[in-house]
Every structure is written in structure tokens, then in C-alpha cells.
Design a protein around this ligand. Structure first.
Ligand code: PLP
Length: 460
């Protein structure tokens, strides 16, 4: 049946409430409706092809409609689509847990499944909290709070917003949230402590040290997005920052939760971002790329020490009280296994590292654009911060919607990307070819140039 684009657009506006979207604006605009995917391309109902420069919200690893991943789903559905992990086990969830323990940083030995990045983080927070509550030393049971970074993003549930940055989402739901400690993000381009890049001697880490020194008796865990704070606008921690955070957590007996939801599965150039600084966290959260972007599946991994603290007689109430209906869904686990197999077989990590260098060279010329203030890159993760004035770093105002103008221009030239405020974010599909990557670079360059240097937008 031929799909009617106009009819679908009308029904979309009539029936669908889109995430993180002001629907009044949405309803007044044209709707791009995707019908299929092919490798790195998204194809709309009218047959137009777009390069997927966001990896469909940072999830796509090998590309859309990949035959091996699709087949893994079909094969599993032929056997069974779902059976519960409450009181039963299923084959792919066992195999995947074993595989995840093998490939994640050493020390992580147990896997707790859920279905989104936010649920993986909620689970991590609850595990960390309960771990200390069950500690044999009553003094340790005072550890109930969390430390997070000022510009953190860990999801949209009440728990994850509670440890998230204090932006408008936090303000809106503030009365629902629990309190914790926040430390400055390592946002070196606009250092929150006012230091010059490379001359700060990690002053922001001193703040972490100070807060931990004063409050460690009441802090259960520190949660961090290793190497890159994605949703904050691709804020990239300087080399050594993550390792130092790990050392501070150990020094003050605070658990470390690594939220690898965005950075995991190769995005930063290693399978997991923690590897780059030889960090072994106590808890690790995975989602997004876990299934190669095919199905919603998440995993929270913990150390044996944490797991052991939950063992006891039923009457002791040490059970971890958490479980979603689709926890450990066999189809999700089967495609995650296929995803990892293809990562290994195609030597995807090497491919990402090679492409990261090409990307890095391609981004060089952006530096000469009058309104590009800062370019940040780790692996195939890029943030290009646009500024009204390059010398003073004066930002564009929200009302100028500069990011949205740039992505609309890119879309007209066949590339789908998304901004984070004034930061243009590039998250190409990890298996993208060199030619396609060059297209992503050149369309983005032209879009930024046309929008920011076009008439009325000249450098002031
Ligand atoms: C670091 C990080 N953690 C958690 C999440 C939340 O994941 P989800 O949207 O699957 O709930 C995200 C989403 O972008 C993320 O970037």
C-alpha cells in the first residue's frame, strides 16, 4: 500500500505527542516522516534519502536494516518473542550477560537488564543506595546521597533528573527530586571556575576532592558520563580527568557509576570510554548502542562485591527490589549479541579510529568560520560550538535558534543532524564509509557557513 505523506502528517499532528518537543511549534511546521532505513541513510515516505548524522539519537552502530542484525531478530522471534526473567531464565539473556562481562572493564561480573538508558541509571542509583543501606557497618548506612556533574544528563525519570544538570528540566520538576552534590563540569572552553585551558591544574577536580573530603560519610556514589558529557553539548573532559575521579572515589570510599549509555560500544574510539583511562567502575550503565540501535535494551553491570551485599535470606529483605516487564527480553538480547559479534568480526573499533582521524582533519577548516568558537571531538562524537562573537565567546541567544537554523539548512542538503543549544552535534553511524563521512563534513560546513555568515549574520 502506498503511504500518503500528507495524511500521515495530519494524523501525526492529531495523535502523536513528540518527546522533548514544544508541540505548538511542531504542529505549525512540516513533518518529515521516515519510512525505511538503508545503511547510513534514512528514507522518508516520499522516497527522499538523508544521511543519518545523529545515528537515530546515538544508537545506530552498523547501519539500518543490516542483514545480520535483522536476521538475528527474525530467528529469535521464530523461537519466542518474550518470556520473563522473574522466576525464569531465557537463552539469549544468559549468553549476552556472559558476553558483556567478558567485554566490559574487569571487575564487573553481574548484569541487571532493563530497557532504556534512564532505567539503567535508575537501577544503578538504587543499587548504590541499597548497597550502603545493607552494609554491616552502621556508620556506612549514612551514605545516601550522590555526586554528579553540573551539566550532567542521565535520562528523564525522576531519579535521573535528580542527578542531572540544573537546567530547565530540573527546575520544572524540582519539587519531585532528591537533593545531591554537584561539581563543575570540565567545560574547558567556558571554564566554570574561570581558568584558562591547560593552565588550571585541574582546579575542577580540587572541588570534587573538597566536597568528597567534607561529605564522604553521606555520599553513596558519584555518577559520571566517562570522557564526554553528550547531551550537555559534547563537553569533553581533558585527558586524566576520569582516572582522577576514579582515584577520588576510591580514596573516599564512594562508588563510581560510569554512565556509558552514550559513549559505550565504540563511540569514542574504544569499545567503552572507561578503557581509555584504564578505569574500572563499580557500576556501569549501557543502553543505546547495546543492540546496535535495533531494540530498546539496557544493562546495569556491577562488581561481585556489590552483588554479594544483596545476598541473604528472603526475610532479611536484601533483595534488589526492581524489575520491568520486559527485563531481559530475548529478542533484544539476541540482537545485542549479534551486534557485538559484528563489531568484533568487522573490526569496527579500528574503523572508528581510522575515521576519527579523517573527521578530525575534515573539521580543521571549520576553525576559520567566523562563528565557530570551539570544536570538540572524541572518536565519532563531535560538538561544534557556535558563538555570536568568536573573540569574546559571546553566545547566541536562545531566541536566535542558531542551532535549529543550521540543522534545517543541513536537512535541505540531505543530512539529518540535531543541535544541543548552540552546539551542532555530529554522531555519524559508526560503520559509516569514508565517502559518506566526507559528505557529513561538507554539508555541515556549508550549513554553518550559510547560516552564520549569510546576510545579516556577519561577524561583529
Ligand atoms: C549519558 C546518557 N545517559 C542516559 C541517557 C538516557 O537514555 P534513554 O533516553 O535511553 O533513557 C542518555 C540519553 O541520551 C545519555 O546520553
Amino acid at each position: 500500500m502506498k503511504l500518503d505523506n500528507a495524511q500521515l502528517a495530519e494524523w501525526d499532528k492529531e495523535y502523536v505527542w513528540h518527546p522533548f518537543t514544544q508541540m505548538q511549534t511542531w504542529n505549525a511546521a512540516d513533518t518529515l516522516i521516515i519510512e525505511r532505513g538503508e545503511g547510513c541513510y534514512l528514507i522518508d515516505v516520499l522516497g527522499n534519502r538523508y544521511l543519518d548524522g545523529t545515528s537515530s539519537l546515538w544508537v545506530t552502530v552498523h547501519g539500518h536494516a543490516h542483514p545480520i542484525l535483522t536476521q538475528a531478530i527474525k530467528d529469535q522471534v521464530d523461537k519466542i518473542a518474550h518470556s520473563t526473567l522473574l522466576g525464569l531464565a531465557n537463552v539469549p539473556s544468559i549468553q549476552l550477560a556472559k558476553k558483556l562481562v567478558e567485554i566490559t572493564p574487569s571487575g564487573l561480573t553481574k548484569v541487571f537488564y532493563s530497557d532504556a538508558g534512564a532505567t539503567a541509571v535508575e537501577i544503578a542509583l538504587k543499587i548504590a543506595f541499597q548497597y550502603w543501606q545493607q552494609h554491616i557497618d552502621p556508620q556506612q548506612r549514612k551514605k545516601k546521597k550522590f555526586i554528579s556533574l553540573e551539566k550532567a544528563y542521565h535520562g528523564d525519570t525522576v531519579g535521573t533528573i535528580s542527578v542531572g544538570g540544573k537546567g530547565s528540566v530540573y527546575t520544572t520538576y524540582q519539587d519531585l527530586l532528591f537533593e545531591g552534590y554537584r561539581v563543575p563540569s570540565p567545560y574547558c572552553y567556558r571554564c566554570p571556575l574561570g581558568h584558562e585551558q591547560n593552565q588550571c591544574k585541574f582546579a575542577c577536580l580540587q572541588v570534587v576532592d573538597d566536597i568528597m573530603a567534607e561529605h564522604h560519610q553521606e555520599i553513596s556514589a558519584m555518577i559520571i558520563e566517562p570522557l564526554v558529557q553528550g547531551a550537555a553539548g559534547m563537553i569533553m573532559a581533558p585527558v586524566g580527568y576520569l582516572k582522577k575521579i576514579r582515584e577520588l572515589c576510591i580514596k573516599y570510599n564512594i562508588l563510581m557509576i560510569a554512565d556509558e549509555v552514550a559513549v559505550g560500544f565504540g563511540r569514542t574510539g574504544t569499545l567503552f570510554a572507561c578503557e581509555q583511562e584504564e578505569v574500572n567502575p563499580d557500576i556501569m550503565c549501557l543502553a543505546k548502542g547495546l543492540t546496535g540501535g535495533y531494540l530498546p535494551l539496557a544493562a546495569t553491570l556491577t562488581t561481585e562485591t556489590i552483588y554479594q551485599a544483596f545476598l541473604g535470606e528472603t526475610r532479611e529483605c536484601k533483595t534488589f527490589f526492581h524489575g520491568h516487564t520486559f527485563t531481559g527480553n530475548p529478542v533484544g538480547c539476541a540482537v545485542a549479541l549479534a551486534n557485538i559479534e559484528v563489531i568484533e568480526q568487522t573490526q569496527l573499533i579500528q574503523h572508528i579510529q581510522d575515521l576519527a582521524q579523517i573527521l578530525s582533519s575534515g573539521l580543521e577548516k571549520f576553525k576559520s568560520l567566523s562563528h565557530v568558537g570551539n570544536i570538540r571531538q572524541r572518536g565519532l562524537m563531535v560538538g561544534i560550538e557556535l558563538v555570536r562573537n568568536k573573540q569574546t565567546k559571546e553566545p547566541y541567544t536562545l531566541e536566535e535558534t542558531i542551532g535549529h537554523q543550521v540543522i534545517s539548512e543541513a536537512r535541505r542538503h540531505g543530512l539529518i543532524i540535531r543541535p544541543s543549544g548552540n552546539v551542532i552535534v555530529l554522531m555519524p553511524v559508526l560503520a559509516i564509509s569514508e565517502d559518506q563521512l566526507q559528505q557529513v563534513i561538507s554539508i555541515t560546513y556549508e550549513a554553518i557557513k550559510n547560516v552564520t555568515e549569510g546576510s545579516g549574520n556577519e561577524q561583529e
